[in-house]
Design a protein around this ligand. Sequence first.
Ligand SMILES: *Cc1c(COP(=O)(O)O)cnc(C)c1O
Length: 404
Amino acid sequence: MPNRRKILQILAGLPVAGSLLRGNRVHAAEVAPASRAAAGRDIFKELGVQTFINGSGTLTMLSGSLMLPEVVSAMNAAAKHFANIGQVQDKVGERIAQLLKCEAAMVTSGAAAAMTLGTAATITGKDPAKIRLLPNLAGPQREVIIQASHRFVYDHAIRNTGAKLVEVEGKQQMEDAINENTVMMLFYNAASRHSVSREEFVEIGQRRKIPTFNDAAADVPPVENLFNYTAMGFDLVTFSGGKAIRGPQSAGLLFGRKDLIEAARLNHSPNGDAIGRSMKVNKEEMIGMMVALELYLAKDHKREWEEWIQRTRIIAAAAETVPTVKGETVINPGPANHFPGLRLIWDQARVKITPRAVTEALRTGEPSILLSGGNTLSVNVSMLEPGEAEIIARRIKEVLQGAV
Ligand SMILES: *Cc1c(COP(=O)(O)O)cnc(C)c1O
């Protein structure tokens, strides 16, 4: 599977807003009145925003995943009524905690917000003065311990609280780093290397009474991961709502220890003088998140996996009708983005086109198809809608055949 940097290189070829706007000067008379029924409008077309078939997987830049119709209906139904936000979060949180067999849960505006709110909870507890002052508390800077190999872009969400990350390698350094300013220990579940295992990490946290947080944002499937980390003893766990769970893209789950979830709630919107006021979650997203989780847990995961494999076969079979082309189903080992995908290779002396040029032809073709390969042609089939594997199969075959 291509790495993130390669993905970004490919995606850099995307049209940017400015270039679209230059070609599409909009006159006032052409702007659809807001009263026109949304159902009759093709808003992306009006705006000049290109939609595409997503053969890249659950990337935030590509709007993550598509909500299932049941999720959208639940959100539409929720949009018709006023409700007290605290009460919705209470009840949704209780239901999610039951579903995930843990003490408490809340809906956040994504996993990154869950990281900020969880860290805030470990710093302030339920102290209103500290909640008001965060991120500029009096006294020494609070410290969050992280393995050096776990540093990643999303640790910015921890640093938002004003806390400082203290890097360690191995158990001994972790033990030695704990002091009276330590508020939390962060585990990056999908890090490529752990110098302290999950079990050792939790053991140290529990013995030294330091809350442990596991960021497992992109780590379903398997569905069991939603239960594994609290069962293992992590105090807080986050998953993105808008990746494989297919909830609202701007939602996430924070769950675990009750006192910490309560403290995270106090640091969150709707409270005004709180670090989380800018991480608002409305009732539609809370309810959409809950319904998406219900559907995800109830899903036949084995069948879905087989469906994904089937999609890779459909595309491979079409591509392999072109001389020398070979398709290989590749399983990303995870824990993040554990999906099957398809990698296609061919003899470029016979089929005279590079994987990059194929990817580009698919992107600029009709319909536009986005793949995130660089030096290989790779298709992530997990986010395809029914019928789209067949479209990708046809287009890849056309482009490769055209280069023979
Ligand atoms: C995607 C991701 C995040 C951010 O999740 P959002 O739900 O988009 O806020 C954080 N950590 C990891 C490991 C991720 O993969």
